[in-house]
Design a protein around this ligand. Structure first.
Ligand code: SAH
Length: 255
């Protein structure tokens, strides 16, 4: 048997290098192999001798199995995701592949956290996630749309701030409209809403509005959407983007 390899599950952060942890950067340097969705690999610095195994975005489990095979052959494999690898990303695929392959259970695996898109977006907006919030992916590739609707209703019923990942794609452009129609029936029109696109990248665009005024047609797959709770409020700032505050004391909460 060759030297034991290992798997490093690396979060690249939402875009810019200064939002990537030193641990993640060191892992990308140390790895002999990089495995991931091709646009994420493109964000990793080129290193001579390092092998890259790019793929499209629909084959996460295959990608995880490839990482296991490479690690078994003695390679140091970095499996890369944007943002945090535990948030709608590769950590779940790697752990699932290991679950289904008993001979991989002893492989050394290290999951390295990253700044997730919701944190980057929240930082631009002041404090929209300052109190209880929930996170929902609008993608219905891996779950039925009826489950997304059920969770949106439950989130509105629980009066959570809601962060939406994967809000739109060419294959299903109408989902974000369906989601806003549903939430518009359940929440006040004055609820603060933010569309935070490509946060930290040169083409960043932040739109702060209300549920009644929101135009979901501006959403694309690089957008993170935040919808406030009943306690969330907009704070206008002359010459600057408004803040969204979700105060730490919930509406109606005890002091
Ligand atoms: N693991 C990633 C999320 C992967 S799902 C993370 O933790 O951030 C991909 C979705 O993340 C996109 O559809 C978008 O909703 C969001 N996203 C990723 N990077 C973003 C960025 N820089 N700005 C805004 N949203 C982003």
């Amino acid at each position: 048997m060759s030297a034991t390899g290992e798997i490093l599950v690396v979060g690249l952060g939402p875009g810019p290098d200064h939002w990537r942890t030193p641990e993640a950067s060191a892992a990308l340097e140390r790895a002999t192999d990089l495995v991931g969705y091709a646009p994420y690999l493109a964000r990793c610095p080129e290193r001579p001798g390092q092998r890259r195994h790019g793929s499209d975005n629909r084959v996460e489990l295959d990608r995880a199995r490839l990482a296991i095979a490479l690690a078994r052959a003695g390679r140091v494999v970095a499996v890369v995701s944007g943002g945090d690898p535990g948030v709608f990303a590769m950590a779940a695929a790697v752990v699932e592949a290991i679950e289904g392959d008993e001979s991989a259970h002893a492989l050394p695996v290290t999951v390295m956290p990253g700044v997730s898109a919701m944190q980057a977006a929240a930082a631009r907006l002041g404090a929209p996630l300052g109190h209880d919030f929930c996170v929902i992916s609008l993608s219905d590739n891996l779950k039925p749309w009826s489950l997304v609707e059920k969770r949106l209703r439950a989130a509105a019923d629980g009066d959570f701030v809601i962060a939406l990942y994967n809000p739109a794609s060419k294959a299903r452009p109408s989902r974000i409209f369906d989601a806003f129609a549903l939430l518009g029936r359940l929440k006040a029109g004055s609820t603060p809403v933010a569309f935070a696109r490509a946060v930290g990248r040169p083409d960043e665009k932040i739109v702060v509005t209300t549920l009644a005024a929101a135009d979901p047609s501006i959403v694309d797959m690089a957008t993170l959407v935040i919808i406030g709770s009943s306690a969330s409020r907009l704070i206008e700032r002359p010459g600057q983007a408004p803040f969204i505050l979700s105060p730490r004391q919930a509406a109606g909460g005890a002091p």
